[in-house]
Design a protein around this ligand. Sequence first.
Ligand code: XMP
Length: 587
Amino acid sequence: MNDYAPEPQIYILDTGGQYTHLISRKVRERGVYAEVRPSETPFAELKNAKGVIISGGPRSVYELGSPTVDPALLASDIPVLGICYGQQLIAYLLNGDVRKGDKGEYGLANLNLEPNAGPLFSGVKDHEQVWMSHRDTVFAPPNGFRILASTDTCSIAAIGNDATKKYAVQFHPEVVHTHEGRKVIHNFLFDICGCGKDWEPASRIPVVEQSIRDVAGDRNIFFFVSGGVDSTVAYSLCLKALGEQRVHGAYVDTGLMREDETDFVRKIFTSLGAEHFRVVDAQMDFLSALDGVTEPERKRAIIGEKFVQIQEEILESGPYLDGQWILGQGTIYPDTIESGGTAKADLIKTHHNRVAGIQKLIDENRIVEPLTQFYKDEVRELGGELGLPAEFLERHPFPGPGLAIRCLCADKDEPCVPTADGVIAPIHSVGVQGDSRSYRPVLIVKHLDHARATEAINADQRVNRVIGEVGYNIPLDRQSVIQSSITPGRMDRLRRVDAIVRELSHASGFDKEVWQFPVVLIPLGGDGLPDSVVLRPIDSVDGMTAQSVSMPEKLLHRMRDALLAVPGIAAVYYDLTHKPPGTIEWE
Ligand code: XMP
């Protein structure tokens, strides 16, 4: 499908950093089409670009096997901007001096521009706030380069060679904390590279429709719809391109959905004029398969297997496997690229088993993916242009296995254990510690202080999460872990508390301040009230790392009161854990 995208004016070379796609999005936001490539892409494939940006990354340039770029790029007359690792790499490859610094620099810093810092900083105020994250440092720039800026701890925070149009910055212009970052990117694109504006997602709709018609030919398209933004926008583009008779879709109601979700999805598809869209009710299949299961990976495996089985049945129940049908998918741009730190290996978990029928369609190349050029924000823009309601387009990401991974289970009754810092509850939740997943109990504290929670978690290796008490019907010293699995009753309880939190955070506007807001049901209670609620509002860029964020007190109290009034709820807690060490979901 990328044959239908414009030729990129800018390539972002990925050296494994978590912000590679963010750089590319920031370039596109300025109306310039950019694509990401592996850092080692041969120069011959880059030479038609107006400019190249080398991303940040976690490695050290002087280590054997760390990501590099084709030296021909730096010898060429194409403008290059190195960011963070990108700066170090340019300096290293051109014989500058790069070493580990005495002190790392993480977080906000003050950038001091040199007099006449040149075109990259044109219009940028002196003494601007920037965001830094590095340990390695450039100690001497390469020949022909001059120092353009410094910070208190980093005497070489930007370098440039105006003659060869090679520039580099140690800070991250792509993140919001760098106040003049946009200006720096703008200067590079328009003043240094001479880019023109060629990218406006909504105006691409006719091209995308044409691409759908070309790929489909006289065949029809079938979709599995998740209710998420991507598959819905992809579906509606196909409807627009081929008409409602030729596009069919099925949505599987697993019984693990949020309150009113299935009705909501049905309404959206009705409003799109999707005539051949159906809801397949598989609630009992999923719930009975999960009955008595407590272990998270087992839950995921069962949900994955059920999905496979039901999707297979749906494909076989119609004509969809014959040559007249192809499969539509909502794959978006970042999903198409496997490189360094941007690979979604950790994000896409075990439920993504391949359905044999789907595999057959892929093997035969019977697939249409209209969104592979676009980022999520761009997909939202397309959706708006296609008439999808903002309420739908602005939804937070929601995991495929649904509320099942927010409904914690326990294989036996077990008491909590008091410690110096609080109480350890033997509810095992998933976390990431080092490179692997951990599965540990949670520490309950009486305060809602993130800094103290972080200290406590660093000090106590037994736990991977800290939650603070918000309010209770049953005091903590009378609570214990109660044996439980996923039951229709607990799912209803979780749906209710989740709906209350969603409603209140929407009404207050708090939902706009967070990237995602899981609400988790944990089997911690007493005196006939078997469950507690954990609030987990987080901020994130892409889900790979996340910060627990605090909430206005008034809203928190309103939520607490509403949640404690739900039948069966013993207490309300607040997850104070960042990722790492705690994952976003509890599982
Ligand atoms: P964790 O819990 O690993 O989650 O910090 C990171 C992000 O991924 C989402 N997530 C999933 N999304 N299928 C999905 O489509 C899944 O199986 C799945 N598991 C986690 C999670 O909601 C968060 O945004």
